[in-house]
Design a protein around this ligand. Structure first.
Ligand code: NAP
Length: 492
């Protein structure tokens, strides 16, 4: 089973020991970055370690901070072995000078590339293997998620018999860290906490254990993810992983910063990719890359969900039914049986507006689309045979249901509202697509006017729950998903 190793960068022996002992039991070993320490009492450190340890004293030429003469640096590694360290990490270009180690200490022979991903990783691994390592280690830098592919391939095709650590640094390399267990790596590294990384892209140990459930990831784990660019802000990994955990499913969901959707799909389907959430800017591109597309997604021109089954890609759109469902549920609370014939004003004609407009038109609503750029509203309205106007016409419209699908009011511009307060009245329904913050200025003002409101979190959770159900065939744990989203948004 792939080990979880926390790389510690504390500055002195006492803080290093305290950090080692503060780690959760699921952490299999720690890496002591001696080169990050101002002073070190190696004997005390190894004596008091409490769990297996890797001693690393990296020189600047391999991205470390040890400026000692090489003989002294390597003598330090030999000393760590004499004291009983389980592993020492030695660079490929120094392993000959290090020589054999006393006792059972194992040598991790490593190569790091902080610039890029070398073109021939198998050849690089061969050079490491020729030195007879106990563990081989290849670390590269990913600038695109496609750079992670040869690293995962190196793990997948390693038949050398030598345990292998292979990972890509950087945000784009996150998959290599999280999926290390699926592809049989010897270990993966995590940081002690966010901001304490010993290498770019390390995931904090609490996230590795809590969100990704790293110890559960193995060869059979199904891989899901969200493709977006940027993706770091996405709440989807938190809620989908929480849902997998709640139902005890052998699956993991990762953020995927993708630039080239076609290349990504071709490469990652070989990595047991089972499903994707798709978001900005890939919803339209994805449509052309599917084997089969749901009719509604084709009409809207946007795929937000991909299900990969038996080598076939099925694309659909869960945004529409989720948004309309949230609006219908609020309408019922306001005493409206149905949206048919109801006067609905949709503000916004971007991606979210487009999905909602199609859903509302299908429900027979009497729809008016208002947008800052009137031509966009007009184009969308013409597709659906409904009315369009600019935002200046809003005060003259009387709506049973008002829907905001613009980004106005979204964090950090939380004091903005897309509509004049004069439009808001008792008994009407107001739905806001914006979910960060959960209670927007529009929703606050609508409640004050006596309207029935529906927040964007309901939409977000519903579209995610529908994706989960498509992929797994079981009911989504909606409360868990909603609770995770709410706590992420409120920081509680
Ligand atoms: P988008 O495609 O970029 O469209 C943005 C829309 O907002 C356009 O209609 C744009 O008008 C309008 N807009 C932007 N700034 C404006 C301003 N200052 N004044 C007036 N109108 C303005 O974005 P999107 O994907 O549709 O997303 C829109 C919002 O919906 C975002 O807040 C997003 O987070 C939210 N959303 C929520 C969910 C959910 O699950 N709750 C799902 C999807 C989206 P122009 O056409 O004139 O530029």
């Amino acid at each position: 089973m792939t080990k979880l190793c926390v790389a510690l960068t504390e500055k002195d022996t006492e803080s290093m020991l305290a950090a080692m002992h503060s780690l959760p039991a699921q952490v299999d070993l720690v890496e002591v970055r001696v080169d990050a320490m101002g002073s070190v009492d190696l004997e005390r450190l190894i004596d008091g370690r409490g769990r297996p340890v890797i001693v690393t004293n990296r020189p600047p030429r391999q991205g470390g901070a040890c400026t000692d003469p090489e003989t002294e640096r390597l003598a330090g590694l030999r000393r760590a072995a004499e004291l009983g360290a389980e592993y020492v990490d030695v660079e490929l270009d120094a392993v000959a000078d290090l020589g054999e180690l006393p006792g059972p200490t194992q040598r991790i022979v490593s190569v790091h590339d902080f610039e890029a991903t070398p073109s021939d990783l198998p050849a690089l691994l061969d050079r490491i293997l020729q030195t007879g390592p106990d563990v081989a280690k290849v670390v590269t830098t990913a600038h695109d998620i496609m750079d992670a592919v040869p690293v995962l391939e190196l793990l997948r095709t390693n038949t050398s018999g030598a345990p292998l650590i292979a990972l890509s640094m950087g945000e784009e390399g996150l998959v290599t860290r999280v999926l290390a267990g699926k592809f049989g790596a010897f270990l993966t590294f995590a940081s002690h906490a966010a901001g304490m990384e010993s290498a770019p892209g390390q995931v904090a140990v609490d996230r590795m254990l809590g969100m990704y459930r790293f110890p559960q990831i193995g060869p059979g784990t199904a891989v899901y993810g969200v493709i977006a660019n940027p993706v770091a802000h996405s709440m989807s990994p938190a809620i989908h992983n929480a849902a997998f955990a709640a139902l005890g499913l052998d699956a993991v969901y990762v953020p995927l910063k993708v630039t080239d959707c076609a290349a990504f799909l071709d490469a990652f389907e070989r990595c047991d990719l089972r499903g994707l959430s798709v978001t900005i800017p890939h919803k339209v591109t994805m449509l052309g890359l599917m084997d089969e597309v749901e009719d509604l997604a084709r009409r809207i021109g946007a795929v937000n969900t991909v299900d990969v089954r038996d080598g076939r890609r099925y694309g659909c759109n869960t945004d529409v039914s989720a948004a309309v469902g949230a609006i219908e549920s609020a309408a019922r609370r306001a005493g409206m049986e149905t949206l048919r014939g109801r006067s609905v004003v949709l503000v916004g004609a971007g991606g979210a507006g487009r999905a909602i407009a199609y859903g509302l038109a299908d429900k027979g609503a009497d729809l008016t689309i208002a947008n800052r750029t009137v031509e966009k509203a007009e184009r969308l309205a013409a597709e659906l045979g409904v009315r369009a106007c600019g935002l200046d016409a809003l005060p003259d419209l009387a709506a049973d249901v008002l829907v905001n699908s613009t980004s106005v009011g979204m964090w950090p511009n939380v004091d903005a509202s897309p509509v004049p307060t004069g439009m808001l009245r008792e008994g009407m329904v107001v739905f806001d697509a914006v979910y960060n913050p959960m209670r927007t200025r529009l929703l606050r003002e609508a409640e004050e006017a006596g309207a029935v409101t529906a927040p964007g979190v309901e939409w977000f959770v519903s579209q995610a729950a529908a994706q989960f159900e498509l992929w797994t065939g079981v009911d989504a744990p909606r409360e868990v998903m909603e609770q995770v989203l709410r706590s992420r948004l409120t920081g509680e």
